[in-house]
Design a protein around this ligand. Structure first.
Ligand SMILES: CC(C)(COP(=O)(O)OP(=O)(O)OC[C@H]1O[C@@H](n2cnc3c(N)ncnc32)[C@H](O)[C@@H]1OP(=O)(O)O)[C@@H](O)C(=O)NCCC(=O)NCCS
Length: 180
């Protein structure tokens, strides 16, 4: 039987629960998960699976804006997907992603995420599409090209609406830390 999964807004997770999720992320990313990454994962909806040892799997979706062909698309941006090392490849990552995809499909024009090398096989197996076009961002000084983000960006287009065209760039909204 799959472990129960809970979805909750950041505002509905108590401080102890948030601390436990942060510890899961610190361990899962092997020390490569910083305060800005944590900040990026807050303020939206979390999907959380717990087992007897505490948080076992987590991911969140937060709202961002991505401009494409003149429209600023309301984008559900997936952050901080991680599964505790001892329970990987048991379907928990997929369970978390299914919950987040449901939120993206119901609430946003577009789903997007930036995949780590570990994460990419999970997302492509679930139908997320690697973006082959240019990635830019609207910085405080204007639009800047982000070639280092290209290749990692994966999208889940809305079932309705104009298809995304890789001949036209994506322009991400700005934030501190990693833009994508
Ligand atoms: C990436 C991660 C979240 C995957 O979680 P998981 O619970 O192991 O994933 P699942 O068991 O749900 O995998 C579902 C499917 O995704 C694919 N998949 C997941 N991890 C994979 C891997 N390392 N290599 C190849 N395929 C993989 C497979 O198709 C898998 O199905 P299968 O096990 O039947 O072959 C987990 O490895 C992790 O926490 N890694 C460290 C943190 C990280 O990099 N997070 C992603 C940030 S973008």
């Amino acid at each position: 039987m799959p472990l129960p999964l809970r979805t909750a807004h950041t505002a509905d997770l108590d401080p102890a629960e948030l601390r436990a999720v942060r510890s899961l992320l610190d361990e899962a990313f092997d020390g490569d998960f910083g305060d800005e990454d944590w900040d990026h994962s807050l303020g939206g909806m979390h999907a959380l699976v717990r087992d007897g040892a505490g948080p076992a799997a987590h991911g969140s979706v937060v709202m961002r804006r991505i401009r494409h062909r003149g429209r600023w698309l309301r984008t559900g941006y997936v952050e901080a997907v991680a599964v505790r090392a001892d329970v990987r490849r048991t379907g928990l990552g997929g369970q978390v992603m299914a919950a987040l995809e449901g939120i993206v499909d119901r609430a946003y024009d577009l789903g997007a995420l930036s995949a780590s090398a570990d994460g990419a096989p999970l997302y492509t197996a679930r139908g997320w599409q690697q973006w082959s076009g240019r990635v830019c961002a609207l910085s405080p000084d204007g639009i800047v090209h982000l070639p280092e983000e290209e290749g990692g960006v994966h999208l889940r287009p809305a079932r309705t609406g104009r298809p995304l065209d890789p001949d036209h760039e994506l322009v991400f909204d700005w934030r501190d830390g990693d833009i994508a």
